[in-house]
Design a protein around this ligand. Structure first.
Ligand code: IPE
Ligand code: IPE
Ligand code: MG
Length: 253
C-alpha cells in the first residue's frame, strides 16, 4: 500500500471533494502537442481519481469539466471537448455501474449539443440506482449562472404565491441551487498552479479548505490526491470560532 495512503486518517475523510481540473492545454503545449491531446490525457486522470475516491469511500466528488466561460474558446476545442465527453461517457458507463458509482450533472444542460445531452441523460438514468460514490460533473457550469438561476426561480415561486419572502432563509436558497442534494465540499483542489476559483461553486465553497498544486491535470494521480487529503487533515477548520473553542469541542468529543 502507498505510504501516503497509510498516513490518511480514514475516520476524518472529507465527505465531498471538488476539483478544478486545470492545465490540460499547457501540459500538451509543453509536449509540442495540440491542446486537445491534453484533454484526451486528462480523461486518464479522471479515471484514476474517481477510482481513488471510490476506494477511499469518499461520498461525493465534483469535477469541474467545462465552465460557462469555456464556451468562448476556439470552436474546434469546444467541439473536441464535447466529442471527448460523449465518447468517454459511452466507454465508462459500464465501469461506473460495476463500481456502484452514481453520475450527476450540474450546469446549464440546455447549452449542450443535443447528442451530448442525450448521451448524458442515458448515463444518468443507467447509474441512478447506484449507492456508492456520487460523481458530479460540472458541465457548462458557473457559480454565477447557478445563483442567477436560483434567484429567478425563487422570484417565480414568490410571484406564484407558493413562497413567502419572510420565510426565505439559507435553506431555501440551498434548495434552489443545483447542488441541493449534496453537502458542501470540505476540500477543493485546483491543479496546474492557478490560485483562483474561476466561477466554480461560489456559494458552496464558503468554508472549504483550498488546496493548490502545480501538477498539471493530466499528471494528477491517486498519490497527488492522497497528498491533498493529508494536507486537509492537518488544517484546523474553525468556522469563525477561536482555536481554543475548537480544542474544547474536540476534547468533549
Ligand atoms: C482544463 O484545462 C480543462 C478545461 C478547462 C476544459 P485547460 O484547457 O484550461 O488547460 P490550460 O489551463 O489552458 O493549461
Ligand atoms: C476552469 O479552468 C474551468 C475548468 C477547469 C473546467 P479555466 O482554465 O477555464 O480557468 P481560467 O480561465 O484559467 O480562470
Ligand atoms: Mg485552464
Amino acid at each position: 500500500m502507498s505510504a501516503l495512503l497509510e498516513k490518511i486518517d480514514k475516520k476524518c475523510l472529507p465527505r465531498h471533494i471538488a476539483i478544478i481540473m486545470d492545465g490540460n492545454g499547457r501540459w500538451a503545449k509543453e509536449k509540442g502537442e495540440d491542446r486537445l491531446f491534453g484533454h484526451f490525457h486528462g480523461v486518464e486522470s479522471v479515471r484514476n481519481i474517481v477510482e481513488g475516491c471510490a476506494e477511499l469511500g469518499i461520498e461525493y466528488l465534483t469535477l469541474y469539466a467545462f465552465s460557462t466561460e469555456n464556451w468562448d474558446r476556439p470552436e474546434y476545442e469546444v467541439v473536441g471537448l464535447m466529442e471527448l465527453l460523449v465518447s468517454t461517457i459511452r466507454k465508462e458507463v459500464d465501469s461506473l455501474n460495476k463500481n456502484n458509482i452514481r453520475l450527476h450533472v450540474i450546469g446549464d444542460m440546455n447549452m449542450l449539443p443535443d447528442y451530448a445531452r442525450s448521451e448524458l441523460n442515458e448515463a444518468l438514468s443507467i447509474t441512478s440506482g447506484n449507492t456508492g460514490l456520487n460523481l458530479i460533473m460540472a458541465l457548462s457550469y458557473s457559480g454565477r449562472w447557478e445563483l442567477l438561476n436560483a434567484v429567478k426561480n425563487i422570484a417565480f415561486e414568490v410571484k406564484q404565491g407558493r413562497l413567502n419572502v419572510d420565510e426565505i432563509d439559507q435553506d431555501t436558497l440551498q434548495q434552489f441551487l443545483c447542488t441541493s442534494k449534496f453537502p458542501d465540499p470540505e476540500l477543493m483542489i485546483r491543479t496546474s498552479g492557478e490560485y483562483r476559483i474561476s466561477n466554480f461553486l461560489l456559494y458552496q465553497l464558503a468554508y472549504a479548505e483550498l488546496y493548490f498544486t502545480n501538477v498539471r491535470w493530466p499528471d494528477f494521480r491517486k498519490e497527488n490526491l492522497y497528498e491533498a487529503i493529508l494536507d486537509y487533515q492537518n488544517r484546523e477548520r474553525r468556522f469563525g470560532k477561536t482555536s481554543e473553542q475548537i480544542g474544547e469541542t474536540k476534547a468533549q468529543a
